[in-house]
Design a protein around this ligand. Structure first.
Ligand SMILES: [Zn+2]
Length: 135
């Protein structure tokens, strides 16, 4: 027997579904609040950064703590089974991120990586933006 009503269940499922993109959306909303103009998902740039400031040559990636292995973060857990498989997969993800950063930096871009947990709420996203763009 389900312990929550169908409506509540639906809301919970939607929350899970939207979780992948919400850190990026929170960052974008915070940038908007500061009146900053940017582009989203710049496909012409290597690595397709999540947020791009073309004039400042600033590229921002919003990384999920788990898949991109936020060092020291409680969200960056490791599965207890198939440890080697996961270790290899995670290493490949991190190596790919480093490569993307390097390619962009070689092109004269500044690259910033924002972690999912750093933009966990609107307040925190505002603080991240303050750090990126000191007033
Ligand atoms: Zn994190």
């Amino acid at each position: 027997m389900d312990t929550v009503s169908p409506a509540t269940r639906r809301r919970m499922m939607q929350a899970v579904k939207g979780r992948d993109t919400s850190p990026e959306l929170r960052l974008r909303a915070a940038l908007h609040r500061r009146g900053l103009r940017f582009r989203v998902c710049h496909k012409t740039l290597p690595g397709t950064p999540d947020v791009v400031f073309p004039r400042q040559k600033l590229a921002i990636f919003v990384h999920g703590c788990y898949w991109h292995r936020h060092s020291g973060c409680p969200k960056a857990t490791t599965p207890k089974t198939n440890v080697e498989f996961w270790a290899e997969k995670f290493l490949a993800n991190v190596a790919r991120d480093q490569k993307k950063r390097q390619v962009l930096e070689d092109m004269g871009w500044t690259v910033k990586e924002i972690w999912e947990c750093e933009v966990g709420s609107a307040d925190r996203a505002d603080r991240v933006v303050d750090t990126l763009f000191p007033k």
